[in-house]
Design a binder for this molecule. Structure first.
Ligand code: EPZ
Length: 435
């Protein structure tokens, strides 16, 4: 019998956050630019030979990876502070390197603009991740509806515009599900297509609207973004733009929950309230007081009561805040039902919360969370970027020290999370791998 053991060292040396619980937070916490907007806006630079200036771009590993992928395609990418300049005047290849793409699912955003610009694109399948299989069936179906010939071999998607013209044709696309990535991919491809494209059952997320605003600033003719039907009249070319990325609604929601779980009064700013309607409603339902203050929202919480939660496409409750909100409900008075409807495997944080004394029972995609008076600090593992954030939040409220591993996920979506939280009273220390 072969016994494989994980060397003790590999678990001890992972970089981790040590969170000392029990402090209340106070002051103002800043929200960075939206990761899930900036990533797709960066890919849109491929649609034009002119310079694209993006402001309020967060400093995240995912953003850096996207920059590397675009640079490998021949794009000149330069960052100065929170501004990134992208110049795709000479795109040297239509296939991002495999080893880079593997590190970033969002690199699949390149396929639409590359195909529209070059008449061909070759991008590895993004593949699954911890939270689900993450298919791109709708993206491929839509590109075919725009006239592309798409094949998938050896894990690589190859899309070609047949014929000499190398220009996609407008088409009518009915998405089987309101996929954010598919909607964004097809908007970018259709922007340079010949003729009108209609995308039905489009995703309504704020990041889709942000992309449409950028594309219009670049000269695209798009209407209906933010509604289920988007109409794009293709144009022969797009010019550059100087654009400001929206604030990150998921980071904002994470910080609001940090205020709630520590029973604090905290100003989170900036926040676009329309981007967080369902989350703000649930925070009020469980007893938080929310008051607009300047460009942000002040949250104050004393008692937190149980509520029921089900994730849905926008404007429903966002799947990305399901794990952070469950940490809050683990400390609420009463029993909450949490249903994850978007991804097939996004409840792995339940086991980690149970290690901290949370009382949670699982059945399929539903978690029954019975609030406890106090969580207890423990060594926990973040299993995706939002679950890692949820463990930090639970640590803020726990008795003692919580050691959070999985920072490779956390740093993908949160820029300087511990610095921002420590600045308002948290006690979090980042311990590097070799300590
Ligand atoms: C985007 O992912 C976000 N990522 C995700 O954020 C977010 O959770 C998700 O939208 C939902 O809001 C970025 O924007 C980079 P989808 P995306 O296609 O586009 C199914 C984070 O934590 N589906 O809307 O990949 C799919 O399996 C990340 O920041 C199909 O069935 O999400 C999933 O169940 C995680 N067929 C659901 O739709 C398809 O062809 C939503 O996926 C495509 C998707």
């Amino acid at each position: 019998m072969v016994v494989t053991t994980t060397p003790l060292r590999s678990t001890l040396v992972q970089p981790r956050l040590e969170v000392t619980g029990g402090t209340t937070l106070e002051g103002e916490i800043r929200v960075s630019g939206a990761k899930n907007s900036a990533l797709v806006l960066m890919a849109a630079c491929l649609l034009s030979k002119d310079s694209l200036l993006l402001h309020n771009v967060p400093r995240l590993t995912d953003i850096a990876s996207m920059g590397e992928i675009l640079a490998a395609l021949g794009v000149r990418v330069t960052r100065s502070g929170e501004t990134v300049e992208l110049l795709a005047d000479h795109v040297s290849r239509a296939a991002p390197p495999y080893e880079l793409v593997n590190s970033l699912r969002a690199s699949f955003f390149c396929i639409g603009p590359l195909l529209a610009r070059m008449g061909m694109a070759q991008v590895p399948l993004p593949g699954g991740c911890q939270i689900g299989t993450r298919p791109v069936v709708e993206h491929v179906k839509g590109l075919k509806a725009l006239g592309a010939r798409v094949t998938i071999e050896h894990g690589v998607v190859t899309a070609v515009v047949p014929g000499a013209g190398q220009r996609l044709k407008g088409g009518h696309i009915l998405l089987d599900c309101p996929s954010v990535g598919a909607t964004e991919t097809l908007m970018m491809a259709a922007a340079l297509a010949d003729g009108e494209t209609i995308i039905e059952n489009a995703a309504l997320e704020p990041e889709v609207v942000d992309l449409a605003r950028l594309l219009r600033a670049m000269g695209a003719r798009i209407r209906g973004a933010g509604t289920p039907t988007i109409v794009i009249d293709g144009v022969p070319s797009l010019h550059g733009a100087d654009y400001h990325v929206i604030p990150d609604r998921i980071e904002a929601g994470t910080f609001l929950i940090a205020g709630a779980i520590t029973r604090s009064s905290l100003l989170v700013t900036p926040v676009i309230t329309d981007h967080l309607g369902a989350v703000l409603a649930k925070l009020e339902d469980c007893g938080c007081r929310l008051t607009p203050e300047g460009e942000g929202i002040r949250i104050s919480a004393k008692e937190i009561n149980a509520i029921d939660l089900r994730t849905q496409p926008f404007p429903g409750f966002p799947t990305d805040l399901q794990a952070p909100f469950m940490s809050l409900l683990a400390t609420a008075t009463g029993t909450s039902m949490v249903v994850e409807n978007i991804f097939e495997n996004r409840l792995q944080h339940v086991a980690e919360l149970q290690r901290m004394g949370a009382s949670i029972r699982m059945q399929g995609n539903t978690a029954c969370v019975e609030g406890v008076t106090r969580l207890s600090g423990a060594p926990v593992q973040g299993t995706d970027l939002r679950a890692s954030a949820a463990m930090v939040l639970a640590g803020l409220a726990a008795e003692g020290i919580t050691t959070v591993r999985g920072l490779e996920y956390l740093d993908r979506g949160y820029s300087q999370l511990e610095h921002k939280l420590n600045a308002v009273g948290a006690r979090i220390q980042r311990v590097s791998g070799d300590a």
